[in-house]
Design a protein around this ligand. Sequence first.
Ligand code: FAD
Ligand code: NAI
Length: 469
Amino acid sequence: MPEFDLIVIGSGPGGYVAAIRAAQLGLKTALVEKDKTLGGTCLNIGCIPSKALLNSSHHFAFAQHEAASHGVVVGDVKLDLPAMLKRKDATVKQLTGGVAFLMKKNGVTVYQGTGKIAAAGQVTVARNDGGTEELKTKHILLATGSVPIALPSMPVDGKTVVTSTEALAFDQVPARMVVIGGGAIGLELGSVWARLGAKVEVVEFLPRIAVGFDLELANGLQKALEKEGLKFYLDTKVGAVETKEGKATVRATGKDGREFALEADKVLVSVGRRATLGDAVPESLGLALDERKRVKVDAHFRTNIAGIYAIGDVIAGPMLAHKAEEEGVACVEMIAGKAGHVNYDVIPGVIYTHPELAGVGLTEDAAKEQGIAVKIGKFPFAANGRALASDSAVGTVKIVADAKTDKLLGAHILSAAASELIAEIVAVMEFGGSVEDVARTVHAHPTLSEAVKEAALAVDKRSIHAANR
Ligand code: FAD
Ligand code: NAI
């Protein structure tokens, strides 16, 4: 029977990164994955294909609506959807293949099949080719991820009523699309299909979109998306979704109690994801789960069963690829006797629409709720030279500082490339830095990043290129 130091079940960003780090630390490591390709949700049906389509659809919208104002005449702009989907698939293939290559290079043994924990220290793999593999190991890491939440009132049939997986591969642009849930998936994929010509209507239960992000900037994003053609029904409850002959009717009740129906060719159900163990753990093992069926772990990612650990979407916390990766690294470092650590106060979140919405640390509202006195500095991209020169003047940087100590507590950015701009703030926060540190740092001119510096200056009402109020 093959014997390992560590068997990782699940090859998403949590699992495959953990496997690489374990191999680097000298642990004899195996990775078990039930899908045909490695990379999990993120690489196959999540982060990567969605960003590929966001990029392509942005180019399409640019060619249609903006190129002319730059003096670029492109004539009759046409959509070649099969080509767009092919490019997305090629990107996914390149990256999942890259993970397989990295496994080889690091000496990680990959098993293609469904991993099941027979007992602590024992994993059975039901191989995809029909065989079975019995493996022995000192440690087991569960990185089985998450799946879309399904609600009985909106039965997903994979054709008319779909999840993100199918919405990444529609073979034609739906004339009308209803998105249920104004979170990351709904906004990103709603944007993609709106840019490609669909009439997209987003129904959100709460009175706002992009929960968890700064409210003022989320409202700014909503306005930008409305310009892109999306229509929002906020504070609206979905009653039932019915399908007939390839069309759907979404029945909803608005905040005024008025009932109405939306007709659609496609309904995207994006109301969140839930942790899954993917058949890896028989109930008889007695693995402790929390109230949302996520695996309970301690600060060392240890479950209640000795030798079994869990990371990523299957445990509590934001369901983000980079959070899963950091946990994977920290977990195996601790298994290897080192000091692994994840700083949960400094995990950035991004919605990759246009403009992008990024945030890290405390929002102004969260600080108030926690009774922390804060100072706020804001700077609009409309006053940033690079943003104006590149037609990206929509958006704002908002910085949250401790009123007493000037410590940088959070930052929120609505802009083109906000996903990249937020990295500076993450680094300064990681070092426990102050707003003054950002304000005194030289930023290249002309760059969008100067808006971050200006927002830091604005905390003490001394930004240079905007009136300080
Ligand atoms: P997963 O990536 O879900 O991987 C789990 C793996 O375990 C899967 O491959 C599964 O097949 C395998 N598995 C499960 N059970 C077994 C078993 N018994 N045996 C063998 N294998 C098993 N996050 C971001 O940070 N940025 C983004 O831009 C982003 N975009 C997203 C877009 C979409 C459309 C979606 C759906 C998600 C997106 N996410 C994004 C979230 C991100 O994909 C997840 O947070 C991340 O993939 C979680 O990683 P994980 O390793 O915990 O699990
Ligand atoms: P989400 O949790 O981001 O948003 C779900 C939204 O649906 C919420 O606003 C919620 O209020 C709303 N909702 C819930 N039930 C509803 C109902 N019955 N009717 C109307 N609205 C309802 O979940 P989403 O968008 O499905 O994404 C799942 C996970 O994937 C997220 O946790 C996210 O972190 C991750 N993800 C991350 C991305 C990124 O980092 N850019 C991109 C896509 C997904």
